[in-house]
Design a binder for this molecule. Structure first.
Ligand SMILES: [Zn+2]
Length: 269
């Protein structure tokens, strides 16, 4: 995959220490829609995207497909290896295991990097933005109401009457707008299709890195607490450690506690 285009830009990650981890964990744990969480995770983990310094405003302006690709890149930061997942057959409901390496996810790169498309409609020539994070957030905020294609036509239309026109477009207009936006949008697969080992039918599993690939606040705070208790270091200093150093120190401290407290009622840390 060419990852130096605007669709799949070059990136620079923030240092993998407790401060970054905690920011990512807070982003995934916060209330809000999935697009809002994705914006916060990308903002927490990337220092630069396409050589631009990352802010929430920057990640909200990225096309949806680019954001999903970046989320997969971020997930590999924490889970670089193949992982096994359990899913359920969409036909017979039987659980099955599948392996997936996010690095192998298929991607689609449009022929040219454009931020908007023009479509000939029954109302005349109209322009639409390629849906980005801000559009995704607005779409999620409104909830599942109406035809999603018309809602994106309203959100992404450049016309001053975009919202009104989105309801006036006929079905052919909506199909053409949808196709034009799709053809110009980068995309990355979040689904994997396989044959169900039980009923033999083709089934699709949707893998969302946001649900499994990022650190949990509880683990980070537990490790920080152990080191603070044992060494008396301030939390900021502990969070500045490399993640593997912090985890290794916490594991050694926990092991020492277990050894010194045996055979009393010390519970496993
Ligand atoms: Zn099945």
């Amino acid at each position: 995959m060419n990852n130096s285009t605007a669709a799949f830009p070059t990136t620079e990650l923030r240092p993998l220490n407790g401060t970054t981890e905690l920011a990512v964990a807070e982003a995934t744990a916060q209330p809000g829609s999935r697009p809002q969480k994705v914006s916060c995770v990308l903002n927490a983990i990337f220092a630069t995207i396409g050589e631009e310094r990352v802010t929430l405003a920057v990640v909200r302006q990225l096309p949806c497909g680019t954001r999903e690709w970046l989320l997969q890149q971020a997930a590999q930061y924490f889970y670089p290896d193949v992982r096994w997942f359990e899913s359920h057959c969409t036909h017979c409901g039987h659980p099955y295991d599948l392996s997936l390496n996010l690095a192998d996810a298929a991607s689609y790169q449009p022929e040219s990097d454009v931020l908007q498309v023009e479509v000939e409609t029954s109302l005349g020539m109209r322009s639409f933005f390629i849906p980005n994070g801000a559009h995704e957030e607005a779409f999620a905020k409104a909830g599942p109401i109406g035809d999603p294609r018309r809602r994106f036509a309203a959100l992404c239309g450049l016309s001053e009457q975009a919202e009104k026109e989105a309801m006036q477009f006929d079905e052919d207009d909506i199909v053409h707008i949808d196709h034009a936006i799709e053809a110009a949008s980068p995309d990355v697969s979040v689904e994997t299709t396989m044959t169900c080992p039980f009923c033999g039918k083709s089934t699709t599993a949707r893998i969302d890195p946001l649900l499994f690939a990022f650190p949990h606040e509880g683990t980070i705070l537990q490790e920080t607490h152990l080191i603070a208790m044992a060494y008396g270091w301030p939390h900021d200093q502990i969070l500045g450690l490399k993640v593997r150093h912090r985890s290794a120190l916490a594991a050694m401290i926990a092991r020492d506690y277990r050894q010194t407290r045996r055979p009393t009622s010390w519970k496993t840390l």
